[in-house]
Design a protein around this ligand. Structure first.
Ligand SMILES: C[C@@H](C(=O)O)C(=O)SCCNC(=O)CCNC(=O)[C@H](O)C(C)(C)COP(=O)(O)OP(=O)(O)OC[C@H]1O[C@@H](n2cnc3c(N)ncnc32)[C@H](O)[C@@H]1OP(=O)(O)O
Length: 321
């Protein structure tokens, strides 16, 4: 399918430069403002019958793989889903580790961006089916899903601009993980597929709720109802993907990551307090009723107004030509 230049522009098509115009397809901060700036936004820990400690122990009984976090001087962290022998499926211990890494990122006050990737050139094939089989009763399933909803909600609310770097397959829970990032970059050959219907399931990690907000209800229904394989072209078309990586660079691990870092760097350039405030006002606008979001925006505005970056810009009489 040939996309018009304007459509490509809106969809973040591959012909735009790395820093091209990828437009989107005063007081002490109040509680929401403070929470948003700290990136803490758990709403699930009070869910009925949910004992985090109990489910954490249960999940630890299914070990394997790891979730690796590298925080870089650039302010961009890289989180790697690392279980290549199982196509980076999430073991129980990896679910627990993911939540721990999110906690570490919530405390990382210098951070501006985050890239989530899978090890060895493929993204993530969802839950480890061996663990799933062992806890395939409704009670345990509910607990696991609540734990992951909590972790992924907090991940999306981090005051960091986040990117899912999709090489290879993002299946089931792996597809859900991509929706817990602000942006999705797809390598040629990459696939995002909500395979849940084929498993007799629906998404339970918050992936359906987030998907509707990203691609709209019609597209979400088609993706879930048809368990559609979304390739990069289709991803761009429906607004699921923000960019397709260059073919020459993608598929070669470090290069794909480098390209993703360059892309993200266009948006994270600048002082951390400002970038974090940008993410915070977008999170509040995305999640809160308008009146509440406006209040939060005022709170966050108050953290940057008259701040060092603002004063410096005023002193240099910046022109925006
Ligand atoms: C919805 C949800 C939830 O919990 O809420 C979920 O995410 S359920 C999980 C949804 N995901 C799935 O159903 C993924 C099922 N797997 C696949 O479709 C396939 O394995 C692909 C991921 C497309 C890769 O196929 P390909 O032919 O390239 O490799 P392969 O099948 O030989 O896979 C390599 C090894 O990874 C393992 N493997 C792959 N995906 C796995 C998974 N999710 N859990 C446990 N092991 C998995 C395979 O069994 C195999 O192990 P051995 O070498 O030992 O045989």
């Amino acid at each position: 399918m040939v996309l018009s230049a304007a459509r490509q522009h809106l969809l973040g098509g591959i012909r735009l430069g790395a820093c091209g115009q990828h437009l989107l397809g005063g007081s002490r901060p109040g509680a929401w403002g403070q929470n948003l700036l700290r990136g803490i936004g758990s709403v699930y820990t009070a869910a009925k019958g949910f004992q985090e400690k109990e489910i954490r122990e249960k999940l630890q009984a299914f070990p394997g793989g790891s979730i690796d976090l590298v925080k870089q001087e650039s302010g961009i962290a890289v989180l790697t889903v690392n279980n290549p022998a199982r196509m980076n499926a999430f073991s129980g211990s990896m679910m627990v580790e993911l939540e721990e890494r999110v906690s570490q990122l919530e405390e990382w006050t210098e951070g501006k961006g985050l890239i989530i990737q899978g090890a060895a050139g493929t993204f993530c094939s969802g839950s480890d089916l061996n663990a799933v089989r062992a806890i395939s009763n409704p009670q345990d399933g509910m607990k696991m899903c609540t734990f992951m909803q909590n972790a992924l909600t907090r991940l999306l609310r981090l005051p960091l601009l986040s990117v899912a770097l999709v090489e290879g397959n993002a299946l089931g829970g792996g597809a859900e993980l991509t929706t817990a990032c602000d942006f999705r970059l797809m390598a040629p050959g990459g696939v995002i597929q909500f395979v849940h219907k084929h498993m007799g399931l629906v998404p339970g990690w918050g992936g359906a709720a987030r998907l509707v907000r990203i691609v709209g209800g019609q597209n979400a229904l088609k993706m879930l109802g048809g368990a559609l394989k979304i390739d990069p072209e289709m991803g761009l078309q429906i607004g699921l993907a923000d960019r397709v990586l260059e073919g020459s660079l993608a598929g070669s691990g470090a290069n794909a990551l480098l390209e993703a870092e360059q892309w993200l760097g266009c948006y994270t350039a600048g002082p951390a307090p400002v970038i974090r405030a940008i993410k915070s006002v977008v999170v509040s606008g995305r999640e809160l009723p308008l009146e509440v979001a406006l209040g939060t925006e005022r709170d966050v505005f108050g953290t940057v107004w008259g701040g060092p970056a603002n004063l410096q810009a005023l002193a240099t009489k910046a022109k925006h030509k």
